[in-house]
Design a protein around this ligand. Sequence first.
Ligand SMILES: [Zn+2]
Length: 63
Amino acid sequence: MKCARCSAGLSYNELGLNKKYNPAGGALCLGCLAAKLGVSEARLREKIEEFLRAGCLLFVKDT
Ligand SMILES: [Zn+2]
């Protein structure tokens, strides 16, 4: 699967973030999703860590 804006390849965790934050739009890479949401990429990486700690199966370690 590729980013709907820039055609970058999407990781499993990026797809997970899209399911959480961008369920209606085309799937976006971390950078494009951050731009769309108006947050930093670092913040999205933190959210991945938070979901991992919560046991969310949409995310995996080390992708
Ligand atoms: Zn992109």
